[in-house]
Write a protein that binds this ligand. Structure first.
Ligand code: PLP
Length: 394
């Protein structure tokens, strides 16, 4: 008798919450296990001479990785995806696959510090050329696009100032000069933003963050709008070896099951923290896309399905207050990641963005008084109470 339970590829067009929960379920034909098995094997027996099966060697692909790729491709509305061993390797893979010594990449001047360092250092070695630009400045963007870039990286909202740029408009202008558009969607996840629908060609994620959500693995993922582009980049993934382990792939798929629920509740908590900090006399400024004065607030309302759970703020006072405040916190852990179920706090100037020169940080608006928070799933009253008691100590 046929089984009553189908897997996602056999089902109808489900909504994102359902796709996230059910990714890879019921794909085991041997035992009918509901949760997919982990396949650690690095190699796969040939059917016969010169006849490989679907998988042949684990560096290129394997069943555990493939289930994550299929699930995230569906969530982002792409045709295919490539899972890599961290977010940086995903971005590196795109640059290796697409760019040569005479090519230009246009990147945001306030992008994630690791992406800034990667593009900057590879440009210094002559692999390609990078033009960092404030993408919210139409004249600066126009000038950068006149260099006829091959790739435009967009990060919206940006890290750590949560500035929002118009993805559809940048994609339109980039395509007009023949560039491909890569959007780093780590902060929003496909639950809150769908860059491929806005015109992007590739979406990247640090899967280390919200997609997994439990701060216990490193992963990156690229999702493609076009199959040929995905196939070309996969050739490079196999060529340089960007593979994720089967066990990490399994954990990531498990983390994805709660993605929609986590994102919603973390965002709800974040909104209350934003309201609390906005009215506090010891806070000079709060950055969050929900705030009407935040750069790109109106665009955020239009291109995002929510404002997200990352925010940053500047403390009133001099350099002395920073260590005092951080030391006084009991729940917010001083650590440089985001998107997990636990709330983290980070000082960008000495942590995530320390690889950028002080001058470049200043240009991007990242001051030494700035802190970034990733709001988790703890009880909101405990989170607000922790901030309150720590602010009372400075
Ligand atoms: N993109 C963004 C927006 C990030 O915040 C990060 C890491 O913090 C990365 C990419 C890099 O990801 P990973 O640390 O998994 O290499």
């Amino acid at each position: 008798m046929a089984s009553n339970s189908k897997n996602l590829s056999q089902g109808a067009n489900f909504s994102q919450g359902t796709i996230a929960v059910r990714g890879g379920l019921n794909t085991d034909d041997q035992f009918g296990s509901v949760v997919p098995v982990i396949t650690p094997s690095t190699c796969y027996r040939y059917e016969e001479f010169a006849t490989p099966r679907k998988f042949d060697y684990g560096r290129k692909s394997n069943p555990s990785r493939r289930l994550v790729e299929e699930t995230v491709a569906k969530l982002e509305g792409g045709v295919d995806a490539i899972l890599t061993n961290c977010g940086m390797s995903a971005i590196h893979l795109v640059s290796v696959a697409l760019l040569g010594p005479n090519d230009v990449v246009v990147a945001p001047h306030d992008c994630y510090g690791g992406s800034y360092r990667l593009f900057n250092s590879l440009s210094q070695k002559g692999y390609f050329k990078t033009k960092f630009v404030d993408q919210s400045d139409p004249a600066a963007l126009k000038e950068a696009l006149s260099l006829k870039p091959k790739l435009v990286l967009v990060e919206s909202p940006s890290n750590p100032l949560l500035r929002v740029v118009d993805i559809a408009e940048i994609a339109r202008q980039a395509h007009a000069v023949g560039a491909l558009v890569l959007v780093d969607n780590t902060f929003m996840t496909p639950i809150l933003q769908k860059p491929l629908e806005l015109g992007a060609d590739i979406v990247s994620h640090s899967g280390t963050k919200f997609l997994n959500g439990h701060s216990d693995l490193l992963a990156g993922i690229l999702v493609f709008k076009d199959q040929q582009l995905a196939t070309d980049v996969l050739w490079w993934a196999n060529n340089i070896g960007t593979s994720t382990s089967s066990f990490d792939s399994y954990l990531l798929l498990r983390g994805l099951r709660t993605l929609a629920a986590r994102v919603r509740l973390q965002q709800e908590n974040a909104q209350k923290v934003v309201e609390y900090l906005t009215n506090h006399p010891k806070i000079a400024k709060v950055f969050h896309p929900s705030i009407p004065t935040n750069l790109g607030h109106d665009i955020a309302k239009k291109q995002q399905k929510g404002f997200g759970s990352l925010l940053s703020f500047e403390l009133v006072g001099d350099a002395d207050v920073m260590p005092k405040f951080l030391q006084a916190l009991n729940i917010f852990t001083l650590a440089q990641s985001l998107g997990g179920v636990e709330s983290l706090i980070c000082h960008p100037a000495t942590m995530t963005h320390s690889g950028i020169s002080a001058e470049a940080r200043k240009t991007a608006g990242i001051s030494d008084q700035l802190l970034r928070i990733s709001i988790g799933l703890e009880d909101i009253n405990d989170l607000l109470g922790d901030l309150e008691q720590a602010l009372a100590q400075i």
